[in-house]
Every structure is written in structure tokens, then in C-alpha cells.
Design a protein. Structure first.
Length: 415
């Protein structure tokens, strides 16, 4: 099957076309045949980047006014005889569409085929993710308008992997009414990524799901940690929204909720202004005053910039805190897995995080750590380390494509 994997943000449309099917999963013979990104959707100078495997990339700037127009632009590129995507000549060669949907609330514990009822339920979840779900819905609606019922569409939720968390992990210690009336609870995000690296780990070691007792660290622009018992999420650092937990590129992560009232009373702005600051101007960007990109901060820190050094230390300390918490919750773990932009590439940050955890059984091999960059999958702990440390590159799009196949073929996932 050729699956069109779509990830719509408020002003961006990201896609991949992946050739995959059930019999290809075991041998990992599924292949990405094209990918692309349209940024600044809604503007006259939207930035277009398309790439068919083995072909030079297409980069242009043109007006793209909405998500529908963005998808039509992708279609036009795909159907252009000059494009030459392996196995794809027109939309008739696309067999299914897999959408990334950020929030599935309590309703969606696995990926589902999209119909009118599912659409309405995703809309209901928009309250919980006002920055993300409306954009995901725009993508779904645009595909329905353009392709009608001809191509099945599947929704894969960021939250659903964490639906196995026990009550004591997902409830907040506030009056129960707020959960019952408004569904205020921890949901967790990056589920596709945590699930993917856990699956890869299981395959690398050749062990059954029941033996996967690990901590997964998705450290990218957004960051989250998860504790997995028997391959299932039992806790994760993000909460009702992706603001809670680790220090991130621009998000604060955990902080005393009283800070919000205090700042409000000091006249720093409306509640919305304060939340905008916590989401977009905080994290390592806010602390360093320089950048949300780890590469910039590592360079500045090396040159002696104190605020960059502080941002790095705070980032590492928060991750350590969650490792400690999850080791306690899991009563020990077999492995810690680093993934996403920082987790897969930052030798320094992995070292800072693991440094001083020797007594907990975590011993990094400095040489192996240096080798694990640029998408390499590698065990980076010393041979005698009680807890193994791995770098496993994530591939959320592949999981989205495989889930799409499973749903369309009506085969339940077994991990
Ligand atoms: P992601 O959200 O997974 O795409 O991660 C993006 C982030 O990864 C960037 O903002 C950087 O902070 C970080 N990153 C990417 N490459 C490197 C690198 N070579 N060294 C350190 N950090 C990196």
C-alpha cells in the first residue's frame, strides 16, 4: 500500500509517502518514497520543500492560503510527470491517508478509521488541544473535500499510547469534580515516538513486549519522558497539554502553578499572555535569552556564556529528575532510550544527563556516546552498566503509516 502520511500544524503541512504493508513490517522493508513540507501556510510567501527519493529537492516560494490549497499543491507536484515518485503517477496510486492527530482525549486509545462520528469526537477534543487539533482537522477536512470517500483516512493519536497509565498516574490532585466534569487529567503526548522506539528496542533485543521495562526520553523541540512497564506506558511527563514536564525549547515544563497568579497580579499581562510566555518564550530560549536550539546553546556555553550554561544544566537536571522518578516507579529499568533531535544528536546533553547516575547503575561509554550521532542506532552504555543506555532514532511517520495499514486491513496491533 502507498500511504500518504500527513501532519498538519497551524501554519504548516508536512507529509511523507510510504510504501508499506503487513508482510513488510517484520523485515522492515517498507520504504519512504517521497516527503515534503509547506511552511507559512496562509501567507503569500509560503515555503515549499518537496523531495522524491533519488531526485533533487524542489524548493519554491508561492502563495498558499490554506491547508486545502497546500494539499492540492502536493497533489499537483505528485502528478507532474517531471516528479517521478517511485510507484506513484497520480492520486489513484495512493491507497490510504494517515493523519497525525495530537489529542484523542479519553475516547481514542488506538488509531481509528475516520468517519463522521470520529470527526465529531476529534472536534470535541479540540478544547483540550486548541493549538493542535483544529489544524489536524483542517487536514482531514481538506482531504475529504478533495478525495471524497475514495481513499480511507485514519487518525493516529499522540495521546493514545499513554491510555494505559493507571489512575494514580493520570489524575491530578485537585477536586475530582474537575476530572468528572471537564476531563482534567494527564494525557501525555509524543506517544507515537515513545511507542516506536520501544518497539525498535524490543526488535533489536529480540524480546517479547512483556520484557520491555524501560524509560524513553523524547528530547526534541518538545520533550517528554515515559516509563514503560511490560511495553506499556505507565507514566509520562507531559500532562493535560504538552506544557508540563521537562524543560523544552520554548516551553517551561513543570513550575509552581502559583507563578501564574503571581505574575498576573504583578500586571505582566492577561492569563493568555502568561500562557503564551510559558509556551513560546520559556524553556532553554527563555533562560538563555539566545536560542531554542541546543546547537546554538552548546556553542555559546563552550564560549563561556553563563546563561547558555545555565539553560543546559537546567535541561539536564530536569531529565535526571524524571529518570529518578521513573526508576522508582518501575522498581528499576533495563534500559534508557534517547530519541528525537537532541536525544539522537547531542553528545554533550546525553553526557550531562547520565553523568552522576553511576550509583543508580547507569554508566555511559564516552566513546560510544560520541559515535551516536546523525541517525545512528547504538547502545552507548559501558558493557558492565546495569541499566543499558541506547540511542534509537525515532520514526513517527513510519508508525503512522503502519497503523494506517493495520486499521485499513482491520488487523489489531500487537504492541
Ligand atoms: P526535533 O523536534 O526532534 O526535530 O528536534 C529539534 C531539535 O534538536 C533542535 O531544535 C535542536 O535543539 C536539536 N538538535 C538537532 N541536531 C542537533 C545536534 N547536532 N546537536 C544538538 N542538538 C541538536
Amino acid at each position: 500500500m502507498n500511504v500518504f502520511v500527513l501532519n498538519c500544524g497551524s501554519s504548516s503541512v508536512k507529509f511523507q509517502i510510504i510504501n508499506t504493508d503487513l508482510e513488510m513490517f517484520d523485515t522492515d522493508s517498507d520504504r519512504r518514497v517521497a516527503k515534503g513540507l509547506i511552511e507559512r501556510v496562509g501567507k503569500d510567501d509560503a515555503i515549499i520543500n518537496f523531495e522524491a527519493d533519488g531526485q533533487p529537492p524542489v524548493k519554491t516560494t508561492e502563495p498558499i492560503h490554506d491547508h486545502r490549497q497546500a494539499i492540492l499543491r502536493i497533489k499537483k507536484w505528485m502528478e507532474d510527470p517531471a516528479t517521478k515518485i517511485n510507484g506513484i503517477h497520480s492520486w489513484d496510486d495512493i491507497h490510504a491517508i494517515g493523519h497525525r492527530v495530537v489529542h484523542g482525549g479519553e475516547k481514542f486509545t488506538k488509531s481509528v478509521k475516520i468517519d463522521k462520528e470520529v470527526l465529531a469526537q476529534i472536534e470535541e477534543c479540540s478544547d483540550l488541544a486548541p493549538l493542535h487539533n483544529p489544524a489536524n482537522l483542517k487536514g482531514i477536512n481538506a482531504c475529504s473535500e478533495i478525495f471524497g470517500d475514495r481513499i480511507p483516512q485514519v487518525a493516529v493519536f499522540d495521546t493514545s499510547f499513554h491510555s494505559t497509565m493507571p489512575e494514580e498516574a493520570y489524575m491530578y490532585a485537585i477536586p475530582l469534580d474537575y476530572y468528572e466534569k471537564y476531563k482534567v487529567r494527564r494525557y501525555g503526548f509524543h506517544g507515537t515516538s515513545h511507542r516506536y522506539v520501544a518497539y525498535r528496542y524490543r526488535k533489536l533485543l529480540g524480546i517479547p513486549k512483556e520484557k520491555v521495562n524501560i524509560i524513553t526520553l523524547h528530547l526534541g523541540n518538545g520533550c517528554s519522558a515515559a516509563a514503560l512497564r511490560k511495553g506499556e506506558s505507565i507514566n509520562t511527563s507531559m500532562g493535560l497539554t504538552p506544557l508540563e514536564g521537562l524543560v523544552m525549547g520554548t516551553r517551561s515544563g513543570d513550575l509552581d502553578p502559583a507563578v501564574i497568579e503571581y505574575l498576573y497580579n504583578k500586571g505582566t499581562g492577561s492569563v493568555a499572555d502568561i500562557f503564551n510566555m510559558l509556551n513560546k518564550k520559556s524553556g532553554v530560549l527563555g533562560v538563555s535569552g539566545l536560542s531554542n536550539d541546543m546547537r546554538d546553546l552548546e556553542k555559546a556555553a563552550k564560549e563561556g556564556n553563563h546563561r547558555a550554561q545555565l539553560a543546559l544544566k537546567m535541561f539536564a537536571l530536569r531529565v535526571k529528575k524524571y529518570i529518578g522518578a521513573y526508576l522508582a516507579e518501575l522498581n528499576g529499568a533495563e534500559a534508557i532510550i534517547f530519541t528525537a533531535g537532541i536525544g539522537e544528536n547531542s553528545v554533550l546533553m546525553r553526557k550531562m544527563i547520565c553523568n552522576g547516575l553511576e550509583n543508580l547503575g547507569i554508566e555511559l561509554d564516552e566513546e560510544l556516546n560520541k559515535q551516536a550521532v546523525g541517525g545512528k542506532c547504538l547502545k552507548i552504555s559501558k558493557a558492565g552498566s546495569r541499566i543499558a543506555v541506547w540511542v534509537i532514532p525515532t520514526n513517527e511517520e513510519l508508525l503512522l503509516a503502519r497503523d494506517t495499514v493495520r486499521v485499513v486491513r482491520d488487523v489489531p496491533r500487537n504492541w
